[in-house]
Design a protein around this ligand. Structure first.
Ligand SMILES: *Cc1c(COP(=O)(O)O)cnc(C)c1O
Length: 389
């Protein structure tokens, strides 16, 4: 049971997970579960991956932390690796996704201030999720997360997701816009995949108006959707990319990656973090990124994701509760026609960990290296759970 010494912001937590191996986890009673959530898109390599364990142990035995007052070799190697993968120019490391977005928002404001825009404003989307700090909460498009935390930060204007006309309408009437911040697939919002021309059109609008295109890949990045970053499926380069969750397979780290237009906005003293990019987190991230690339887990995520979607479509063909199965790679949403958060418990009873978001969307985010047998099992248990739910 959850200790009364903890704040109640997570509500009652029923399971106690003590051990993991690959896509399996075990609770305190020794019961085994197939993990189709990976700590919410964090453990892309599965649990207790040897490359990450080794990197962490070796680094811990050498130096865990030193301040950003000193050069940190693993941080430099990680930055160079991610620069090569992403096509961005320069990076800042944080400890979480929200902090990566904070850095992006600060960059956008610096960019605006450089253009003498006194009230720089960022276009953000309805139904979006960008984090829980005050700036990222203000950017987030969900009243339920914001209630009680006012006054929120100024400097955001909202457009419906997947709606280019709305962005053009804002552009007409507002001289203070400096950037568009967008998730390439809305995660918390219900695994919403935009039209194929949405991100390319945002790129074009940002070019026309000299705005920064900021893509929040905190959930969609790190191999999850079939390419290292999701925007890479659209043949475009954003000006800023943020990521976190799956970057170090469970060790807290976030990154804000900036392209040419934003790479040189920060100066000594403009921004910082005590822990951000420390040797331990960067060693874990390096091992994770290298494993994702070397084991070709991006394409594997794509194949497994397609297989899961096909199988679920097939098995749930006659299920009247099913509204939609969507997603890219191993970021999958199964929308039902009723509020289905209770299915989390029924799935756990049958040995499967899933998540429900946006009320009626089952969200699947299994490890990128989930085996074929485990994928079969996932589909079979989930079909059962949905049919009985
Ligand atoms: C999880 C998430 C965040 C916030 O990340 P934290 O590490 O929880 O601060 C921001 N944006 C998106 C798209 C996310 O999925």
């Amino acid at each position: 049971m959850t200790s009364s010494a903890l704040m109640n912001n997570y509500g009652t937590r029923k399971l106690t997970l003590c051990k993991g191996e690959g896509s399996w986890v075990w609770d305190d009673l020794g019961k085994r579960y197939l993990d189709a959530l990976s700590g919410i898109a964090v453990c892309g390599l599965g649990h207790a991956h040897s490359a990450v364990t080794e990197a962490i142990s070796t680094q811990a035995a050498s130096i865990i932390h030193c301040s950003n007052l000193y050069n940190i070799q693993t941080q430099e190697r990680l930055a160079e690796k991610l620069r090569a993968i992403s096509g961005m120019e320069k990076l800042f490391f944080s400890n979480s996704g929200a902090e990566a977005n904070e850095a992006a928002i600060k960059l956008a404001r610096l960019f605006g201030s450089g253009k003498n825009i006194s009230a720089p404003t960022i276009i953000v989307m309805e139904n979006s999720f960008h984090g829980r700090t005050l700036a990222t909460l203000s950017a987030t498009g969900s009243k339920s997360y914001q209630t009680g935390f006012g006054p929120l930060l100024e400097g955001f204007i909202r457009a419906p997701y997947n709606n280019i006309d709305a962005i053009n309408a804002i552009a007409k009437n507002n001289k203070n816009i400096v950037a568009i911040l967008v998730e390439p697939i809305q995660g918390e919002g219900g695994v919403i995949v935009p039209d194929a021309d949405y991100l390319p059109q945002i790129r074009q609008i940002c070019d026309e108006h000299d705005w920064l295109m900021i893509v929040d890949e905190i959930q969609a990045g790190n191999g999850r959707t079939g390419s290292y970053f999701n925007y890479q499926q659209y043949n475009l380069l954003p000006d800023i990319v943020t990521t976190a969750k799956g970057l170090a397979n469970g060790v807290p780290i976030g990154a804000c990656l900036a392209g040419k237009k934003a790479a040189d906005l920060m100066h000594p003293g403009s921004h910082g973090s005590t822990f951000g990019g420390n040797p331990l987190a960067c060693a874990a991230a390096l091992a994770t990124v290298e494993t994702i690339i070397n084991e070709e887990l991006c394409s594997r995520a794509k194949e497994q994701g397609n297989y899961i979607k096909e199988q679920l479509q097939h098995k749930l063909l006659n299920c009247s509760k099913l509204i939609d199965i969507r997603g890219q790679g191993l970021m999958i949403g199964v929308q039902l026609d009723f509020p289905c958060k209770d299915l989390v418990d029924s799935a756990a009873e049958q040995g499967l960990l899933i998540n429900v978001t946006a009320g009626s969307v089952i969200r699947l985010l299994p490890p990128l290296n989930i085996t074929n047998e485990q994928t079969e099992l996932l589909v079979n248990i989930l079909t059962d759970v949905i049919e009985q739910g």
